[in-house]
Ligand binder design. Structure first.
Ligand SMILES: Nc1nc2c(ncn2[C@@H]2O[C@H](COP(=O)(O)OP(=O)(O)OP(=O)(O)O)[C@@H](O)[C@H]2O)c(=O)[nH]1
Ligand SMILES: [Mg+2]
Length: 244
């Protein structure tokens, strides 16, 4: 449980996000009131992202040449010095202004992870098929891993660094986000959500390949439950956390 903030490490993976990265950095710096560091993990962008990040002296830049959203985040997290890690996309789709809310909720509820859920977004900015896919994945995740999350695919999360160090994360691409939830559920870590708004991507191309990612995510979920212990352990954790 994370009851105090010593430092926050904001980890942002970037792959050709020159149109939004500066605003991301500035908004985070202006809104995050806790001591923090911003770590950008770039996959050798060719659109000027690197130059923008380098011109921000307060950011740490790490180059991760290997492809994959999960790999980029794992690399960034390995370099993080804070006791809380926040992960967020660089593409301006998440509401960076809500960054403090994630941390405050984590502290007041003594949670190990707080996710920003986009499911109550009044503007309904998430595309229909992404919304549907997310709903189906989240339903099965909640069902097997005894959780009540509404947005398992949210990439806007505050996470206890100690908890992250305690779980083994192997996924290299989009399934990484689900694998993290599965491991946390198994360890009995508390995961909560707060509503956040969502925006359309206004620059560059999405790196999400919905069909490929959907298959990877489902196989990650089902591989996890092949271990007969998983469901039993997750149910026991659920009861323990619920009546605490
Ligand atoms: N370093 C690195 N960053 C990546 C890679 N793939 C994706 N990213 C970054 O990870 C974040 C998430 O990727 P997105 O393309 O936004 O995926 P998404 O959020 O599922 O899809 P959108 O609907 O387009 O937002 C973005 O900031 C990307 O720039 C990669 O291979 N390497
Ligand atoms: Mg995104």
């Amino acid at each position: 449980m994370t009851s105090k903030v010593k430092m926050i490490s904001v980890v942002i993976p970037t792959l050709n996000e020159a149109g939004t990265i500066q605003e991301a950095i500035t908004t985070i710096q202006n809104n995050l009131t806790y001591p923090h560091e911003i770590i950008i993990v770039d996959g050798n962008s060719t659109d000027g992202t690197l130059e923008i990040v380098r011109s921000n002296k307060s950011c740490r830049l790490i180059i991760e040449s290997r492809r994959g959203y999960g790999l980029a985040l794992r690399t960034g997290m390995k370099h993080a010095k804070g006791n809380i890690i926040i992960m967020v996309d660089a593409d301006g789709t998440y509401e960076f202004k809500h960054i403090n809310n994630l941390v405050e909720h984590m502290i007041t509820k003594d949670a190990d992870m707080v996710l920003g859920t986009r499911m109550y977004d009044p503007k309904k900015a998430m595309g229909f098929f992404n919304f549907l896919g997310n709903k189906v994945i989240t339903f099965w995740f909640d069902f097997f891993y005894a959780q009540i999350l509404s947005d398992s695919q949210s990439g806007f999360r505050a996470i206890s660094h100690e908890a992250i160090k305690n779980v083994e994360l192997k996924e290299t691409d989009m399934a990484f986000a689900t694998e993290m939830l599965m491991q946390f559920a198994r360890e009995g870590y508390t995961m909560l959500e707060i509503p956040t708004t969502y925006k359309h991507r206004c620059y560059g191309k999405t790196k999400l390949k919905p069909f490929k990612s959907g298959i990877q995510i489902f196989s990650t979920i089902f591989k996890g439950i092949l271990d007969a212990q998983t469901i039993r352990v997750c149910q026991a954790n659920w009861k323990k956390n619920r009546f605490k």
